[in-house]
Design a protein around this ligand. Structure first.
Ligand code: ADP
Ligand code: 5GP
Length: 205
């Protein structure tokens, strides 16, 4: 019944668990991740083209000039951006595409795709956020401090989102997002075509 998939924007402070939740969601084949470009260095285990397209600053600026990005932003001294190429293709094939992006990018996506679904992921507390960022052990103390400072600015924008999901446990947070997506697909405006076709069908009863 639903030919097109959804565009799902997932934001939230660094360390709130977005990446972990996304990894769980994309185990279901209806979900696809929009792979972003970034100038930050790969973390251990991150693969170019799978987790990110890793770019130099010059390469990234050239992507901007060539109009290859749907949106982009600077986050803690690095560029991050969404390539234009995949999203429309996935959505047309009925896949629900997840854009795991920060708040400035989410705002740009809202202007382009007002019908996208906007979900904000929160940690249970600020101290737990710090524990998770430190525990992940992927950033220097200096970068962790910058990311924690940024977290409060991001939290203050929660009202721009349709839903807030508290990532207490991964299982519950992923389940909440699956349920939100399920409900979003049942919104009445999405039935316009189906119901109009029924109403215009002369055969009927
Ligand atoms: P983000 O993508 O939002 O920056 P990550 O997914 O990398 O966050 O998660 C940050 C750290 O917290 C990781 O080490 C991850 O394993 C851990 N983590 C994520 N969700 C939970 C959770 N619900 N409970 C405990 N630890 C979590
Ligand atoms: P990280 O370095 O932890 O992978 O990501 C840092 C921040 O950049 C996270 O909030 C993440 O959601 C965001 N991000 C990742 N890809 C993109 C993107 O394509 N565009 C924007 N605007 N933000 C992104």
């Amino acid at each position: 019944m639903f030919k097109e998939g959804l565009k799902i924007v997932l934001s939230g402070p660094s360390g709130s668990g977005k990446g972990t939740i996304v990894r769980k969601l994309i185990m279901h084949e209806e979900f696809k991740l929009s792979v972003s470009a970034t100038t930050r260095a790969p973390r251990e285990g991150e693969i170019d083209g799978v987790h990110y397209f890793f770019k130099t600053k010059n390469e990234f600026r050239s992507m901007i000039e060539q109009n290859e990005l749907l949106e982009y932003a600077v986050f803690c001294d690095n560029y991050y951006g969404t390539p234009k190429s995949f999203i429309e293709e996935y959505v047309k094939n009925g896949k629900d595409v997840i854009l795991e992006i920060e708040v400035q990018g989410a705002k740009q996506i809202k202007a382009i795709y007002p019908d996208a679904l906007f979900i904000f992921v929160m940690p249970p507390s600020l101290s737990e956020l710090e524990n998770r960022l430190v525990g992940r052990n992927t950033e220097t103390e200096e970068v962790i401090r910058k990311r924690l400072e940024r977290a409060k600015e991001e939290l203050s924008l929660y009202k721009e989102y349709d839903y807030v999901v508290i990532n207490d446990t991964i299982e519950e947070a992923a389940k909440a997002i699956e349920l939100i997506v399920y409900a979003e697909k049942l919104r009445s405006h999405r039935f316009k075509e189906t119901i109009e076709t029924m109403l215009n069908n002369k055969g009927g009863f």
